[in-house]
Design a protein around this ligand. Structure first.
Ligand code: PXP
Length: 241
């Protein structure tokens, strides 16, 4: 099974919202990323609508050629919107109003009751469900117990660490990926991945998809979208296009 690159388009929407303009358009960016070799597109409709707007989700769903992975929290409003979005995949994430970006993984132990309702509902709505979790075996067990087919391993701690601490975090990710697969979960990963740190995560056995946003947008400012996506594919060990 070959690894897939899913591009998170939130950061283009952030730029647009900073000036309350109609541009840059995250949908146009998503289509350009697809043409450059992205295998799927991810966005997070947050309750505070700080970047992606409801209409962006509708337009992404209508215009994408690959697939839309919608990140949503367990908030009833956001879950309701996810259920009618038509997205092909859902990633359930925690959401705090004051955070700059998603800080930690979902607490699948604590949220067990809500997840036992949300996971079947999202599946019924036609999407493959993944739960965004820290690389912690207890969280993986809880994710499997609520019936999620996928987890997305939070790579933020790995990305933020340096030296031997980074090696330890990579080992945690490797152990988590193995454990997840041993209990029947399929494995994606993401958060904080960039051109320099992505290769060891891409090489983890059993990881199917990486969700990457910020580093791609930041690099595309200098080299354009085609090169930014192509170079990321290469950094992941994939052909450039
Ligand atoms: N995966 C999840 C669940 C996220 O919330 C984010 C951030 O929006 C990403 C992946 C992508 O992170 P980054 O923008 O740091 O590449």
């Amino acid at each position: 099974m070959s690894l897939r690159l899913h591009v998170n388009v939130d950061h283009v929407a952030t730029l647009r919202q900073a000036r309350q303009e109609a541009f840059p358009d995250p949908v146009a960016w998503a289509l350009a990323c697809e043409r450059a070799g992205a295998h799927g597109i991810t966005c997070h409709l947050r309750k505070d609508r700080r970047h992606v707007q409801d209409d962006d989700v509708r337009r992404l769903r209508a215009e994408l050629r690959t697939l839309l992975n919608l990140e949503c929290s367990l908030d009833p409003e956001m879950l309701g919107l996810a259920l009618t979005s038509g997205a092909e995949a859902f990633c359930v994430v925690p959401e705090k109003r004051t955070e700059v970006t998603t800080e930690g993984g979902l607490d699948c132990v604590q949220e067990g009751a809500r997840l036992r309702e949300a996971v079947p509902a999202l599946t019924e709505a036609g999407g493959l469900v993944s739960l965004f979790v820290d690389p912690d075996p207890a969280q993986l067990d809880a994710a499997a117990a609520v019936g999620a087919p996928f987890v997305e391993l939070h790579t933020g701690a790995y990305a933020n660490a340096t030296g031997t601490a980074r090696e330890r975090e990579l080992e945690r990710l490797a152990i988590a990926a193995r454990h997840a697969r041993s209990i029947g979960l399929r494995v994606n990963a993401g958060h904080g991945l960039d051109y320099e740190n992505v290769a060891p995560v891409a090489a983890l056995e059993g990881v199917e998809e990486l969700n990457i946003g910020f580093a791609l947008v930041a690099h595309a400012v200098f080299v354009g979208v085609e090169a930014a996506v192509g170079e990321m594919r290469e950094a992941m060990g994939l052909p450039r296009s």
